[in-house]
Design a protein around this ligand. Structure first.
Ligand SMILES: [Ca+2]
Length: 387
């Protein structure tokens, strides 16, 4: 158990059940700084409120203990409203100079009530012999007022109350059970502290009289009215009984924890993460399909894809010009080669002596003819290509 030094705020107990399930208990000292009174007066300045000031100092001379002056004595605290109470811890005046004051709390009684006109219901009686100055007791009941009474068995100062601090633990708002280990699942208010019954509707994801049963049959949310199959999750996803969250995210065109909200006008795609403004549509006012972001006006030049976000692949102009030039040159030499081969074959058909005698002339003639053919080809090529 963890408590504050003064024990005036929520207490938490962490433990595991036989089923090894971690549970948290949340109790609260509901007496801290509440209104305390006594009809028995107070010795010195040791007034009744000192027993709920959050100071556990058990030295009465420290100024943080209540010490009645009349007897039989009583001390009462008003908790402000009715609480379901289980545990009470009393810090009694400690021993001084060998004098044990614990006999002053022996046989005293603890009562719970909802008004001050009656003694209320007895919930605990201190034993005749008290050996510990810090007493944990069980006062199992409900009430707004807790009263400690001295039975008046003795006389004089020995019949007074000497209480340094009283801590009254109740389940914190939103918890219930024997040790406040169960949590309420009520929509807007606390549950009944004993069994967790809700006075109204359940929180989203819960159902049943106590609102302690998770939504079932593939439902979730407020009143378990949402259906898991109506979500738009990517692939398969578990369905949380409270939120219906899609673990792998939403399909294209959908957003929200349970993927049931459409993308707004400015986004599209998976989980609506793609901005419409990032597309390269032909018209800046193009519509934006919420599923794939397609532009109804097509893409700008140089862009492609459904959403016009991909660069269109093209060859550089210099590469195209270079390739065309090389092709023309190659074609030119191929044609020249063909013409030379044909010319050679015609010469082979002539006589050998003539070829031998007219060697030099033929050579001149051949060069001249080749030059002429080349000129003709250049003219025809130019005429064909640009004429
Ligand atoms: Ca005190």
């Amino acid at each position: 158990m963890f408590t504050s030094p003064g024990g005036h705020y929520a207490t938490a107990i962490l433990y595991t059940t036989p089923r090894s399930r971690l549970q948290i208990s949340s109790c609260e000292n509901v007496a801290f700084n509440k209104t305390a009174t006594s009809t028995s007066g107070a010795l010195n300045n040791w007034t009744s409120d000192k027993a709920v000031d959050g100071n556990r100092d058990q030295d009465v001379h420290g100024g943080s203990c209540f010490h009645s002056i009349n007897y039989p004595s009583m001390w009462r605290v008003d908790l402000g409203r009715q609480y379901r109470i289980r545990h009470v811890t009393v810090y009694h005046r400690e021993m001084e100079d060998g004098h044990n004051f614990l006999d002053r709390i022996a046989n005293c009684t603890v009562h719970l009530s909802n008004d001050t006109s009656t003694n209320g219901t007895l919930c605990y009686t201190f034993p005749a012999t008290v050996s510990n100055s810090v007493i944990d007791l069980v006062c199992d009941g409900s009430g707004r007022y807790l009263t400690i009474r001295n039975p008046g068995r003795a006389t004089g100062e020995g019949n007074t109350l000497n209480i340094c601090e009283v801590e009254i633990y109740a389940c914190s708002r939103g918890t219930y059970g024997e040790s406040c280990e169960d949590f309420c699942h009520c929509h807007s208010s606390s549950c009944e502290p004993n069994n967790g019954t809700c006075p109204g509707d359940c929180r989203p994801g819960w159902q049943g009289d106590r609102c302690d049963t998770e939504c079932s049959n593939r439902t979730y949310g407020d009143a378990c009215a949402d259906k898991c199959q109506e979500r738009n999750c990517q692939g398969t996803s578990p369905c949380h009984h409270v939120t219906g969250k899609c673990e792998p995210g939403c399909k294209a065109g959908w957003t929200g924890e349970d993927c049931r909200s459409e993308c707004d006008d400015g986004n599209y795609g998976v989980d609506c993460k793609e901005p419409c403004a990032g597309r390269e549509c032909a018209d800046i006012n193009s519509s934006c399909d919420r599923y794939n972001g397609s532009c109804d006006t097509g893409c700008l030049v140089g862009w492609t894809g459904d959403d016009c976000t991909q660069v269109q692949e093209t060859l550089p102009v210099s590469t195209i010009v270079g390739c065309a030039t090389v092709a023309v040159i190659l074609l030119f030499f191929v044609i020249i080669t063909i013409l030379l081969v044909r010319r050679k074959r015609k010469q082979s058909a002539a006589s050998v002596p003539e070829r031998v005698v007219g060697h030099r002339e033929n050579c001149k003639s051949t060069k001249s003819e080749i030059h002429g053919l080349t000129k003709q080809f250049q003219y025809r090529f130019m005429h064909m290509s640009f004429g």
